[in-house]
Design a protein around this ligand. Structure first.
Ligand SMILES: C[S@@+](CC[C@H](N)C(=O)[O-])C[C@H]1O[C@@H](n2cnc3c(N)ncnc32)[C@H](O)[C@@H]1O
Length: 372
């Protein structure tokens, strides 16, 4: 599935999505009307009742809730699409199935333990990706987000992962903070984030960016300077009053593709792929020690090209995480068209590819693991 746009401003926290203004309806009356619909003896009778119901859900209609009423709120587009689907059903049985689904959505939420996606309204989350190919045409540059830090990821990556794998108030560990993209998204979505970044000047910049973003949910986004290969994340969480984390989101250097600093502890300065993987393994172990069982670790990384050979750094890194007992849940391939790294070198790389018999990188990976 492709997403051309960042999540709409109307629903940045994933609470409700769908076209049109919200319809605020009397919950009990709606459930009753849906019950009557399901009790119809035949399809014609059901469609006749549906026409009345449809008229009654419009603003000012008989089902419209007064301020004191117990209300259920639907995005207009979502509710009307559901009613259309009921009306288009070819059998009474199918129509009743759709009525039942809408009735459950009217009655209340059904969420998994690890996120806030209401499965009774799963159709409302059409901007949440579920395919393994992510084509993100345009970087979200809203608010504090900026592409200025060379090697930062598009905010849609943490946005998707935070909404799939966390609930408000959960703690997320980001051991490679960079410009703080995960923290900015976490703050927007009401997720607490503990970040570690090697370079103190980069830490300062990330803190400033996060401070420039409204904190509507009172999230704690805490960044410290340090080497994640030597960090006790559990102790850092304890300082913030948290016992453990519910998601880890790792976006390490892609070995030496971009050198982030001169610091020998910087994974982008690892002398070889083997020592990069060894360092990454230590970060994974530190993060894993603070992550709850049954929760997710996401690793965002790409491959590299060296001395005429494609180095499958992504899969090698994936194996580092698997070797620590994590269950591999998904391999997502994400396009990297137009990211800052290759913007000026595109033509040169195309020439090199034609001359050298290889293909230019257009993708990176988002590996999803579950802690057993
Ligand atoms: C690919 S960038 C992360 C970008 C980040 N996701 C963002 O959107 O800005 C990797 C970051 O890891 C940092 N880094 C490298 N080695 C590290 C280590 N051992 N401990 C902590 N941070 C490290 C680098 O300084 C760099 O900022």
């Amino acid at each position: 599935m492709a997403i051309a746009e960042p999540p709409s401003p109307a629903g940045p926290d994933g609470a409700e999505h769908g076209a049109g203004p919200p319809l605020r309806l009397r919950r009990g009356a709606l459930i009753e009307a849906l019950g009557a619909l399901a009790a119809s003896a035949d399809l014609d009778g059901l469609r006749a009742r549906l026409a009345v119901l449809r008229a009654n859900v419009t603003p000012g209609g008989a089902l419209w809730a007064a301020p004191a009423d117990e209300a259920v709120v639907f995005p207009e587009g979502l509710l009307l699409a559901e009613l259309d689907q009921i009306g288009a059903a070819l059998t009474l049985e199918r129509a009743r199935y759709y009525v039942g689904r809408l009735s459950r959505a009217a009655k209340g939420e059904r969420t998994a333990a690890i996120n806030e996606i209401d499965l009774n309204r799963w159709k409302a989350y059409d901007d949440i990706l579920t395919d393994s190919l992510w084509l993100i045409e345009r970087r979200d540059s809203s608010g504090a987000h900026s592409a200025e830090y060379w090697g930062n990821f598009v905010p849609q990556i943490p946005n998707q992962l935070l909404r799939r794998y966390t609930r408000k108030g959960d703690w997320v560990i980001d051991p490679f903070v960079g410009s703080g993209t995960t923290l900015i998204e976490g703050q927007r979505l009401g997720r607490n984030v503990l970040g570690v970044e090697l370079q103190p000047s980069v830490v300062e910049r990330a803190r400033a960016l996060v401070a420039g973003e409204p904190n509507r949910h009172g999230a704690i986004c805490h960044v410290v300077a340090g080497d994640s290969a030597e960090t006790d994340f559990r102790a850092l969480l304890a300082e913030q009053g948290a016992a453990s984390a519910q998601l880890a989101l790792l976006h390490p250097p892609y070995h030496d593709i971009i050198r982030f600093s001169d610091d020998p502890r910087d994974l982008s300065n690892a002398a070889s792929v083997e020592s990069f993987l060894e360092g990454l393994g230590r970060v994974v172990a530190n993060v894993a020690a603070a992550l709850d069982r049954g929760r997710y670790l996401a690793l965002v990384i790409g491959d590299k090209y060296s001395r005429g050979e494609w180095v499958p750094l992504g899969f090698q890194s994936m194996q580092v995480v698997q070797s620590q007992g994590f269950l591999l849940k998904s391999i997502v391939v994400k396009d990297i068209n137009g990211t800052a790294g290759k913007r000026n070198q595109k033509e040169l790389w195309r020439y090199r590819a034609l001359a050298g018999g290889f293909y230019v990188f257009r993708h990176e990976y988002v590996f999803l693991f579950k802690k057993r």
